[in-house]
Design a binder for this molecule. Structure first.
Ligand SMILES: Nc1ncnc2c1ncn2[C@@H]1O[C@H](COP(=O)(O)OP(=O)(O)OP(=O)(O)O)[C@@H](O)[C@H]1O
Ligand SMILES: [Mg+2]
Length: 405
């Protein structure tokens, strides 16, 4: 039986189109539901869809009505969503149509960072000391109890938006006006540490694929200084001793949240003394083209692996012959890109290691580096040797420069 699968937002963000295509390739009939007018859907998505409902995803009633109408004519077997803002909507559709898969209750701990940590605390997982509050007095009380340094951030944040490190009561006073628009604030113990991810593809209740990425530097720093070229480094060897604690924690977190099928993206911290602390988890793939980086590390198609996992509960084993890294470039200056420096000698020396070189063309307007990690360009490199790849990635950080003048 060919399953009929509803894919929420099949063309946005862009990588959704690859997941959509993979569902069709693995054998599903795919029904897209999204805000994009059909003519702006990426080709990969358009070609893979048997049907598309153009409806505002922010309007839950309209989405439910459209799908209830559709389900009178076609059997709907499954609902998939890999885009964070609509995970709960996807769960609501499943409940309304009586479909298997994650319920609203199972989804909420992936969306609400306070609930997430409560569930994980109960399972004995080490989270930063934390509190959530919607009042100024509550923030002060939480700060008092947790102690400095601390982090204040939205409970449902993304992209490190409105996230601040606070070292003293005086700094807290400075930060408060900047988070005035955030409805519910999470206050956390600040964890001084290296930052990693633990990502999985699960099917039928088992972890079928796992990945660890290393952020260089940690995202909050990368977001704070424009001159930095942030890196996400997919690690070849998951048996490195410094990763053991985080991977073990990842297994416990997946079990505690009862996650059964789909992609997960967890962030965790490793302190200098070796202690491992949970950061956050999403029931979705990592963004910023990290799935591409993972594909280059494995010489595999993880979009398809995901589709196979959610459709059949099984997935082929993949090996990981390489470390691979994405490096995001931010131009110097404002306005339009005028020139690129350093590319020629880097190409001459490291051309064999380059998988993707995707820089804004001369004349293009700079992107807002605070709004998108993709910034003004990105490079993906790979190498079986980690030290060599780190050195190479740092050279692309320092020596490849875009200018906007
Ligand atoms: N308790 C903490 N201690 C130290 N650093 C923290 C803490 N909480 C958050 N950070 C820093 O802020 C960054 C953003 O926080 P978090 O991952 O919770 O939010 P986010 O906005 O969902 O992130 P993103 O969408 O970028 O993954 C983290 O990657 C980390 O660098
Ligand atoms: Mg994060």
């Amino acid at each position: 039986m060919v399953p009929n699968v509803v894919m929420i937002s099949p063309g946005f963000p862009l990588e959704m189109a690859y997941f959509t295509r993979a569902l069709a390739e693995v054998g599903a009939t795919v029904i897209g539901v999204g805000d994009q007018p059909v003519n702006v859907l990426p080709d990969e998505a358009k070609a893979a869809l048997a049907h598309y409902e153009h409806v505002s995803l922010a309007d839950e009633g309209a989405v439910l009505a459209a799908l209830q109408g559709l389900s009178r004519h076609v059997r709907i077997d499954q609902v998939e969503c890999l885009w964070e803002p609509y995970m709960v909507l996807a769960a609501r559709i499943r409940e309304t149509l009586g479909l298997p898969g994650m319920t609203v209750e199972q989804t909420l701990p992936f969306r609400d960072k306070e609930l997430m940590k409560q569930v994980l605390d109960a399972a004995g997982i080490r989270t930063p000391r934390h509190a959530s509050t919607s009042t100024i007095a509550g923030i002060y009380a939480a700060a008092e109890e947790i102690g400095y340094p601390l982090i204040v951030k939205p409970i449902a944040g993304a992209g490190s938006a409105d996230t601040y490190r606070v070292d003293s009561p005086a700094e807290l006073e400075d930060v408060l006006p900047m988070i005035g628009h955030v409805e519910v604030v999470s206050v956390e113990e600040f964890i001084e540490a290296e930052e990693f991810t633990y990502d999985t593809i699960c099917g039928a209740g088992s972890i079928l694929y796992e990945n660890v990425s290393w952020y260089r530097p940690r995202p909050l720093q990368a977001r704070s200084y424009e001159w930095i070229s942030p890196q996400t480094m997919v690690l070849r060897d998951l048996h490195r001793p410094e990763l053991a604690g985080g991977i073990e924690m990842g297994h416990q977190v997946i079990a505690a949240l009862g996650f059964a099928a789909g992609f997960t993206h967890m962030e965790w911290y490793r302190k200098a003394d070796g202690e491992v602390v949970f950061g956050e988890i999403g029931a979705r793939a990592p963004g910023a083209r990290t799935v591409d980086v993972m594909n280059y590390a494995c010489d595999a198609d993880l979009f398809r692996l995901w589709a196979s996992a959610v459709l059949t509960g099984q997935a082929a084993e993949v090996s990981r012959p390489y470390n691979a890294v994405s490096i995001f470039k931010r131009a110097q200056g404002a306005g339009h890109i005028t020139r690129v420096e350093g590319l020629d000698h880097l190409l001459a020396e490291h051309g064999d290691s380059i998988c993707v070189l995707d820089l804004l063309p001369i004349g293009a307007h700079r992107r807002d580096w605070r709004a998108t990690l993709l910034s003004d360009g990105m490079v993906i490199l790979r190498d079986p040797d980690l030290d060599r790849l780190v050195a190479m990635a740092d050279r692309f950080g320092r020596e490849l420069q875009l200018y906007a003048e």
